[in-house]
Design a protein around this ligand. Structure first.
Ligand code: SF4
Length: 298
């Protein structure tokens, strides 16, 4: 550890990479390579690391991602059971249906865990990269849900209205996402040269902007549908010197890898657990920058 750690009140978000692959090949996916060889995966170590992080920050957010959390819902149940109810829990998924997992199985799972799950974020892209289960399944989920859609490279902007109309009957909020591998500190808040933002201004009503050092969300209303455009930096540590001349590694996301290793960034930087025990907390810097927003983007 180079510098002492700082993070927001409650602790950095803990993102857990489940030890199960998805059946897709999205062009922007940087995780796929790690799922090609599963021999180093270790469920017990993941469960142990969840306990470690819960003990250090009993109120942090947990995110389960992959791979595909719903590729093995029995394992997902074990993971959810390991997270005490003091935490908010988000699941990033494509909501896959396959032999051995029906739509009703997923609905039953969500019903059983509705007190544990804060929100299920389902990937549905403008260009169809993932195997999609029916929209009616998303609508029937008995928990909060949101659709995530990466607008990748030369996306077909003319399809945006049609895509948004698709979610209006179910009133499922949509989050468009900029390709995070292309996000930099310079373009994070740049509005002038942001093509996606220009495209959204043409079709939806702008409501405001929130953000922090690491990420931001432009909020829109599309015929009553809640719409966010989200940008985030491709790393999760910001190095900053405070007014007393002390330089901190400010952590936004902590990652539990498929073998249970705990890292302080998306690369291979291992979290210094002793250092994190002594982390300095600061108020969360996510704030409303423009407009009047009821709820800020996750
Ligand atoms: S569904 Fe997710 S994990 Fe699978 S290829 Fe696409 S982005 Fe990667």
């Amino acid at each position: 550890m180079k510098n002492p750690y700082k993070t927001r009140a409650g602790g950095a978000t803990v993102t857990v990479f489940v030890p199960y692959d998805c059946g897709n090949h999205c062009p922007f996916c940087i995780n796929k390579g790690e799922y090609a060889d599963t021999s180093w995966f270790n469920m017990d170590e993941i469960l142990r690391s969840i306990k470690v992080m819960d003990a250090l920050t009993p109120k942090c957010d947990f995110v389960f991602t992959g791979g595909e959390p719903f590729a093995n819902r029995h394992a997902l149940q074990e993971l959810l059971d390991a997270v005490p109810s003091t935490h908010r829990v988000f699941i990033n998924t494509t909501l896959p249906v396959f032999e051995g997992q029906t739509e009703q199985d997923i609905i039953d799972f969500a019903e059983k865990n509705k007190d544990k799950i804060t929100c299920i974020n389902i990937s549905r892209h403008l260009v169809k990269y993932v195997e999609e289960s029916p929209d009616e399944l998303l609508a029937a989920l008995p928990v909060r849900r949101r659709v995530n859609c990466v607008l990748y490279k030369e996306y077909p902007a003319e399809k945006l209205p049609q895509y948004l109309e698709r979610w209006i009957p179910y009133n499922i909020p949509v989050q468009f996402r900029f390709d995070y591998t292309a996000t930099t500190p310079e373009n994070l808040y740049d509005q002038e040269n942001d093509k996606i933002l220009h495209d959204l201004h043409k079709i939806a009503e702008y409501r405001g902007l929130d953000g922090c050092r690491m990420r931001c969300g432009f909020h829109f209303d599309y015929n009553g549908l809640e719409l966010t455009y989200h940008k985030t930096l491709p790393y999760s540590t910001i190095v900053e010197t405070d007014e007393n001349g002390v330089t901190y590694d400010i952590l936004y996301d902590i990652i539990i890898k498929q073998n249970g290793e705990i890292r302080s960034d998306w690369d291979d930087t291992v979290l210094d657990l002793t250092g994190y025990k002594n982390v300095v907390f600061e108020p969360y810097d996510l704030r409303v920058i423009e407009g009047h927003l009821d709820e800020m983007a996750y």
